[in-house]
Design a protein around this ligand. Structure first.
Ligand code: HDE
Length: 793
């Protein structure tokens, strides 16, 4: 039985005596009144008020003033907080926000548990509604049925307005060396410091259920749960963007999303409104080059780069700041699909990237990226030929090299997609001391939009309390109430300054709190409230040319083919011609090729440039812009290999290959005409886990064709086998072919030029050597040399 406090006279809550209350009655009430009086009296005036004024104070705000209360009574809401019970619990721990904790506090495991309602009431029958007799009417009093149906009716929440389709995982960021010289940001304060992260990858245009392998930008959003608060680095897999000012974002998204009259197409930019918009926005040309490149069809989230896009600031403890750009580089290297493959995969497995990420992490093949910074000063920025506030521009690595500062590893899949991946809210405004914004006008709009959009998507201002969004750093402020509020603040103080809470929570001051870099505005004569862009923003083509010219011949061919495909889907010739006219300012050869391949009667005149004489660029060729510049560590980790089998194949050599690949971390699947048991030529019983029809060849990174005539004949009798072989060859992927398996190559029309194609490995007498060559090709970039346009195989 809870302790019963001796009843005392109730304290009026709406008036009081003149004299200072004393703890005369030695009961809680008078003790509290006395302590509250003493506390309030100990703050005779707001000592920090003068510090709110003047530039010097503004540059280094001080810590708020607090006093230690004579007891915890004044800061408590009620004396009865001591009357604990299993639900009300006990008294809040002093200075602790107990809602801040690992996700373990909300994890649910129902093993061995009976079904209950959401109220915890055990459910006797989860099969039948309550009725007046077996054939009688269902009764409104059936709260079990009603609760179940009601909750079901409201399971869906609005999808993200962009980036609706995504997949995520948990992991950590590990800092290489302390960076306290350039930033006070928590993740970078010590060598080996580990910060938990949650990362969500996404496409942009497609709706929540759309395919993964669309041609699109990929979101690369990282939430750092630092010990100084959450930092969200909400980037993309491309370092630039279509527009330079947030004002145009709704226009851009309306143009790329399904057209409002017929709701098509889904998850694609290949349609009239998109190309109409971007062809009238020449500043989008550089980004269009990236989007038409293979970067828009990554092989996996694990093999794509990430970029913060905008110029940010790093700020050290002394308040000194430098500019920086963020880069994520995958250890596995940058690898992409080819278009024909991406289209086919969309049909066979719309979850291709989600499955790849999930299976890699489940297999312990934890994806890893290196975080690199481009750090430069304001003076250096002034001297660049482009404006660092322009999100359509990169800083070539040849101009400002990348500085590796740490690695990120994703090693835990979510327990629940909705609770974690769907409810996670990334907000570019979530920064920590040591990270600050630049005046990039695109970033400015994002600082507003991300928080704003969560209000409708996640039901109000308390989305930060959703466990996946909650920080690991303690949260103490005077924000109160709002939909679905979780925290139960102790005390009656919800304002600052205050004396009745001893001045708490108090402002942290410049020493610990987030202080915006006192970025010096331009000279007075340059200041004016304006709606406009700096001149340098008008250079719409120089970096589009840099990107295109820096691509390998195969990548350039892919860009041209992508423009051709996209524009061939545009139904208005004038829009196509406008695009080609604009591209003439970036690459004359590309524009001419497109005019021809789109059957244009003539080559459109080049579009007039907004800036005829742009500044001379520092860099005209940047090899780092080619995907081939980062082939990765050559490992075959999580690479998927299909070993084609059928009754009568020679299993022994295949078993050897399977074991070597598996040891190296590749994923090997036995693929047969049908799943299930079959017997090899040696009489070994094999169990095929996939079939030629349920896992088509283009879902794999390479294939192995067996020896054993009976088996080869069985495979040859199934046209799926030909598709398997043809697609693998056409998509530039490795093939390892044993003995009679060469017959399948011939049947599929695959040319066999011994020694010409290191990724087409036909086993002669040195099987181990052949397997090694095959594995090397598996870890390497695709064999684009095979490509012809149109494809011959
Ligand atoms: Fe976004 N963006 N964006 N964006 N964005 C959203 O926020 C927005 C931009 C990016 O996995 C939305 O939570 C504006 C650039 C990612 O949950 C929304 C502008 C870059 C994600 C939004 C941009 C991005 C979003 C929709 C121009 C690369 C998914 C749902 C001013 C640096 C985050 C949401 C996740 C999501 C607004 C431009 C990346 C509407 C206004 C540039 C990765 O707030």
């Amino acid at each position: 039985m809870p302790n019963r406090r001796k009843t005392t006279r109730a304290t009026p809550t709406d008036s009081g005596p003149a004299g200072s209350p004393t703890a005369a009655n030695a009961d809680g009430i008078s003790q509290k009144a006395a302590d509250t009086q003493a506390l309030a009296a100990s703050i005779p005036f707001n000592t920090t008020k003068p510090q709110e004024h003047g530039l010097q104070n503004a540059l280094a705000p001080g810590e708020g003033d607090t006093v230690v209360a004579p007891s915890r009574l004044p800061s408590g809401s009620t004396l009865t907080e001591i009357n604990g019970n299993d639900k009300a619990g006990s008294v809040a721990v002093e200075g602790l926000n107990a809602s801040i904790d690992t996700l373990d506090r909300v994890r649910v495991d129902s093993a061995g548990r009976p079904l209950t309602t959401n109220q915890g009431t055990l459910i006797s029958d989860n099969q039948n509604s309550l009725k007046d007799g077996l054939r009688g009417p269902v009764l409104l009093e059936d709260f079990v049925l009603r609760e179940k149906i009601t909750h079901f009716d409201h399971e869906r929440i609005p999808e993200r307005i962009v980036h609706a389709r995504g997949s995520a995982a948990h992991g950590f960021f590990e800092c290489y060396d302390a960076l306290s010289d350039i930033t006070a940001a928590a993740p970078f304060q010590a060598a080996g410091k580990v910060t938990p992260v949650f990362v969500r990858f996404s496409t942009v245009a497609g709706e929540r259920g759309s395919k993964d392998t669309a041609r699109d930008v990929r979101g690369f959003a990282v939430k750092f749960y630092t010990d100084q608060g959450n930092w969200d680095l909400v980037g993309n897999n491309m370092p630039v963007f279509f527009i330079q000012d947030a004002m145009k974002f709704p226009d851009l998204i309306h143009a790329v999303k399904p057209e409002p009259h017929h709701g098509m197409p889904q998850a694609a930019s290949a349609h009239d409104t998109f190309w109409d918009f971007v062809s009238l926005m020449p500043e989008s040309t550089h980004m269009l080059m990236w989007q038409m490149s293979d970067r828009a069809i990554p092989r996996s989230y694990r093999t794509m780069q990430g970029f913060g896009v905008h110029t940010f600031r790093l700020v050290n403890a002394a308040g000194e700041s430098v500019f920086c750009k963020f880069h994520w580089n995958p250890t596995a290297g940058t690898h992409s699909l080819v278009w024909d493959e991406a289209v086919k995969i969309s049909g066979a497995d719309p979850d291709f990237h989600r499955r790849d990420l999930w299976e890699a992490i489940e297999a312990g093949a934890y994806p890893e990226w290196e975080l690199c910074l481009q750090v430069f000063t304001e003076d250096e920025a002034e001297r660049f030929s482009f404006d660092i506030l322009d999100a359509t521009k990169i800083i070539p690595e040849e101009l400002v090299p990348l500085r590796p500062v740490g690695r990120m590893v994703l090693n835990r899949n979510p327990d629940n997609f909705f609770a974690e991946t769907e409810q996670v809210a990334f907000c570019t405004s979530n920064v920590v001391p040591g990270i600050d914004f630049s005046n990039d006008p695109l970033l400015a709009g994002r600082i507003h939009s991300y928080v704003d959009t969560q209000l409708s998507r996640l039901g109000g201002p308390n989305f930060h309390e959703l466990p996946i969004n909650a920080p690991l750093a303690q949260v103490h402020n005077n924000q109160r109430d709002g939909m679905h509020r979780q925290a139960i603040p102790r005390g009656r103080v919800a304002y600052e300054p205050n004396s009745l809470g001893g001045g708490c929570p108090f402002q942290a001051g410049a020493a610990h709190g987030f202080v915006s870099v006192p970025a010096r505005l331009r000279a007075r004569e340059e200041q004016a409230k304006v709606r406009g862009k700096p001149e340098a923003f008008a250079d719409h083509y120089t970096q589009a040319t840099l990107f295109y010219d820096s691509q390998s011949p195969a990548e350039q061919a892919h860009i041209a083919a992508a423009f051709r495909f996209e524009l061939s889907k545009v139904t208005v010739p004038a829009v196509r011609e406008r695009v080609v006219a604009s591209l003439r300012n970036a690459s004359e050869s590309l524009a001419r090729q497109l005019a021809t391949e789109l059957g244009m009667p003539s080559l459109p005149d080049a579009l007039p440039k907004a800036l005829e004489q742009p500044a001379e660029p520092e860099v005209r060729l940047s090899p780092a812009l080619s995907l081939l510049a980062r082939p990765g560590d050559g490992a075959v980790t999580a690479r998927k290999v299909a070993v084609l089998v059928a009754a009568g194949v020679n299993w022994a050599p295949l078993a050897g290959v399977r074991d070597r690949l598996t040891q190296a971390g590749a994923v090997v699947r036995l693929v047969a005409p049908f799943i299930g048991l079959l017997r090899s030529a040696e009489g070994t019983e094999l169990d095929a886990e996939a079939s030629l029809e349920n896992e088509p060849g283009f879902l794999f990174d390479a294939i192995v064709l067996p020896d054993g005539q009976d088996g080869v004949d069985a495979l040859a009798a199934n046209a799926h086998t030909m598709d398997f072989v043809r697609d693998t060859y056409r998509h530039g992927k490795p093939l390892l072919v044993f003995g009679a398996g060469t017959g399948l190559l011939a049947a599929a029309g695959v040319p066999q030029q011994p020694g010409q194609d290191p990724a087409l490995v036909i086993v002669q007498d040195d099987a181990p050597g052949a397997v090694a060559a095959f594995m090397q090709a598996l870890g390497a970039p695709r064999r684009f040399e095979r490509e012809t346009d149109p494809p011959q195989v």
